[in-house]
Ligand binder design. Structure first.
Ligand SMILES: Nc1ncnc2c1ncn2[C@@H]1O[C@H](COP(=O)(O)OP(=O)(O)OP(=O)(O)O)[C@@H](O)[C@H]1O
Ligand SMILES: [Mg+2]
Length: 368
């Protein structure tokens, strides 16, 4: 299986830059998700790797083969890149049975009849759709159709499988089910998956690495938990996590033995996890809701603004002055509105972002 390397890939549409100077290495057997808001360049990126869109500049290598190079004029056609596609609109042939739909691509590739038969049956078994073999697409459910589409895409054994929001037209329950199936499928096939989604939960749960984009530019390319715990900037921190990270303006100043941090009218000590050289000034604290714990002897005094129980956990909105922050507590809790509450910020995973640069400048803990 090949590595895919994108170097300085830029795509312009009539002066509009859809993707800008993108560098990315996709390793063998990775499950990469391209994540980001609508219009950030996910589909364009996928189409360029697949050969369906021509980059304006840069180079793409799949395995040991350069498939695109703007400088030398190399541009290998999609069918020679040994990749499979699964797009959002995965239209099956309505006049063909499930079996024929899966076999069709293999017939085009001039596979032998016996080999086709064997492969289609393997695919039917892998996707647990054996019983629908002789039915037409109109005679099976949406989720079953989706599985046929996946089987059809996997049948020629592509080394790389591209999927552009393949679950977007399924209901929530089916989506969750198909997510599990896709993860299994990735493991069972050993293929490299490149998956487009704007659903952060899908990206977090499925992928080995998340490529988070905004306005055509990569914001972070890391393992899901790194993206969650160590977001590169405010955009990433805000995009990933639900409820979102709390952002609180703060003032940092240096003292003899470390840093003083002032926020929400309180003064504490900021202890960086790694050596950092922070200049005096205004920063933004980023604190995940699960790091804010309510306790009777907590250091911060807030009031209960609203409680939102889901059953498994409760989001508690806490207010101080004009600032409202979220805390998540396990289980069902219902605090009386406007009741005084105290809380602590636990862990050394508090993020500190530059106010102007919006980049992560430090991580650490706060004590009072
Ligand atoms: N053929 C085209 N001509 C001009 N502009 C285009 C073309 N294709 C895409 N764009 C623009 O490039 C940008 C990136 O589009 P792209 O389809 O890659 O976004 P996306 O991240 O996949 O969004 P979505 O989540 O909505 O599918 C958008 O602003 C889009 O309008
Ligand atoms: Mg798209």
């Amino acid at each position: 299986m090949p590595n895919i390397i994108l170097e300085h890939i830029t795509k312009k549409f009539a002066g509009f830059t859809a993707v800008e100077d993108l560098n990315m290495e996709i390793r063998d057997s990775d499950f990469i998700t391209l994540l980001g808001p609508s219009g950030c360049g996910k589909t364009t990126t996928l189409r360029m790797i697949a050969g369906l869109e021509t980059p304006t500049s840069g180079r793409i290598t799949i395995g040991d083969k350069v498939v695109f190079d703007a400088e030398t004029g190399v541009n290998v056609t999609p069918d020679k890149r040994d990749v499979g596609f699964l797009f959002q609109n995965y239209a099956l042939w309505p006049h063909m049975t499930v079996y024929q739909n899966i076999a069709f691509g293999l017939e085009n590739l001039k596979w032998k009849k016996s080999a086709i038969e064997q492969r289609v049956h393997e695919m039917l078994a892998l996707l647990k759709i054996e019983e629908f073999e002789q039915r037409y697409p109109s005679e099976i459910s949406g989720g079953q159709q989706q599985r046929v589409a996946i089987a059809r895409t996997l049948a020629p054994n592509p080394k790389v499988l591209f999927m552009d929001e393949p679950l977007s037209n399924l209901d929530a329950k089916l989506r969750a089910e198909m997510r599990t199936e896709l993860k299994r499928l990735h493991r069972d096939t050993g293929a490299t998956f490149v998956y487009v989604t704007h659903d952060q939960l899908e990206a977090m749960t499925l992928s080995s690495k998340v490529c988070l984009m905004s306005k055509g530019v990569i914001q972070q390319f890391d393992a899901p938990l790194t993206v969650y715990n160590r977001p590169a900037n405010l955009f990433v921190a805000d995009f990933v996590g639900n409820p979102t990270m709390n952002f609180i303006d703060c003032d940092i100043s240096e003292t003899n033995n470390g840093y003083t941090v002032r926020f929400l009218g309180e003064t504490g000590r900021f202890i960086p996890r790694e050596k950092t050289d922070l200049k005096h000034g205004t920063y933004v604290l980023g604190i995940r809701p699960e790091l804010i714990q309510i306790s009777d002897d907590g250091a911060l005094a807030m009031s209960a603004y609203a409680t939102l129980p889901t059953g498994l956990e409760t989001t508690i909105k806490l207010k101080k002055g004009d600032t409202i922050i979220s805390s998540i507590q396990f289980g069902s809790i219902d605090y009386e509105v406007d009741r005084e509450l105290r809380c602590d910020i636990i862990s050394d995973k508090i993020c500190l972002f530059g106010k102007d640069s919006t980049d992560l400048v430090s991580m650490g803990s706060i004590t009072f």
